[in-house]
Design a protein around this ligand. Structure first.
Ligand code: UD1
Length: 334
């Protein structure tokens, strides 16, 4: 089976390519490298000893995308490509709406033209906004709090309509919780541009003295230690979820939605303490005010993905912290 991975040079995309190749799928990557590097493709090939066909093109470029579909018969698409920085999306909403929606619409039009009916879409737990209850189930109300999240929700709506109009379509929407960690080879990991917004990339910068101190946003939440609680999932587990989704997609038409999380909530302090312990480093930290838009707790009910996809995350936060650090160690000392 030939799978087109959009955004395949990115953090989650690259790990998913490895799992696809290891499971016998053939892979084509389309990426404009706006937030990733060309050598990621070489690293995917090195880990798997398999070839990846790579096109450096922008998904919004319909003609070039048509050429990709013309050359090979693509059986399924996993669509990761998109801008993903929450803060930037608030400052530059048009950039986010234009890019994330335009690229998806172009992809869907080309898929239709070439009768490619299978799609896995990379969504986010951000579509649940501020959940009224925990753990979060797939049928909870959807409401977003920033333009990035709104692009994910709008694309989910577009996909719903497409699946109603074209009964041949088979679509799975995966809503990710908080992916962290890295490939255990140390070859693939997360490389955010500039000062990171997310917790783990920030911890890593502090661990390597590239930033002086970790600001912990709030210690007065109604959680076990006052700091925010999230459902962190190892990126390799997350990647494996896409294999399960592909297995399902070929057996069923229509659209379905799955949470990909572990179902466990860990606080900021849990993560920092575990990181210090498994890596034997000290993280300089201080408590500061809550960050705008943050919620106290967010974690998945992973039951539906387990029952219907057979997906269960295996790795705990120790391995997530260890692998995340290992990636930076290996890539700093070179
Ligand atoms: C954020 C995004 C979400 C996106 C996800 C990707 C927001 C509102 N949501 O989720 O849409 O899908 O990243 O992984 O931005 N924290 C600190 N100090 C820091 C950074 C984070 O204390 O320097 C805390 C946060 O307050 C939070 C936890 O760490 O409690 C996790 O934060 P983060 O990694 O940014 O993820 P989310 O905010 O959950």
């Amino acid at each position: 089976m030939l799978v087109l991975v959009t955004g395949g040079a990115g953090f989650i995309g690259s790990h998913t390519c490895v799992e696809l190749l290891n499971n016998g799928y053939d892979v084509i990557v389309v990426d404009n490298l706006s937030n990733s590097k060309r050598d990621v493709i070489d690293k995917i090939e090195k880990i798997t000893s398999k070839k990846v066909k790579f096109y450096e093109i922008d998904l919004c470029d319909k003609e070039k995308l048509r050429d990709v579909f013309k050359k090979d018969r693509i059986d399924a698409v996993i669509h990761f490509a998109g801008y993903k920085a929450v803060g930037e999306s608030v400052k530059e909403p048009l950039k986010y709406y234009r890019n994330n929606l335009d690229s998806t619409l172009t992809l869907l039009e080309v898929m239709k033209e070439f009768s490619c009916h299978n799609l896995v879409f990379s969504s986010s737990a951000t579509v649940y906004g501020v959940p009224r209850k925990l753990p979060i189930k797939e049928d909870f109300p959807l409401k977003t709090t920033n333009p990035y999240g709104t692009t994910k929700l709008m694309i989910e709506e577009i996909l719903k309509d497409v699946s109603k109009a074209d009964l041949e379509m088979s679509i799975i929407v995966l809503r990710y919780f908080n992916p962290i960690g890295a490939h255990e080879s140390g070859l693939l990991g997360e490389d955010p541009n500039g000062i990171p917004n997310n917790l783990m990339p920030y911890i890593l910068k502090v661990a390597f003295n590239e930033l002086p101190v970790l600001n912990i946003f709030g210690n007065d939440y109604e959680t076990k230690d006052g700091t925010g609680v999230r459902d962190y999932i190892h990126v390799v587990d997350l990647a494996k979820g896409h294999i399960k989704a592909l297995e399902k997609i070929t057996t069923k038409k229509g659209i379905d939605y799955y949470n990909l999380g572990t179902g466990n909530g860990y606080s900021v302090l849990d993560i920092v303490n575990t990181f210090e312990k498994v890596n034997n480093v000290k993280i300089n930290k201080r408590f500061v005010a809550r960050r705008d838009g943050d919620i106290a707790s967010c974690y998945a009910d992973p039951t539906k993905a387990f029952k219907e996809l057979g997906f269960k995350a295996e790795f705990g936060i120790e391995k997530m912290c260890y692998d995340a650090y290992n990636y930076v160690v290996k890539n700093t000392s070179k």
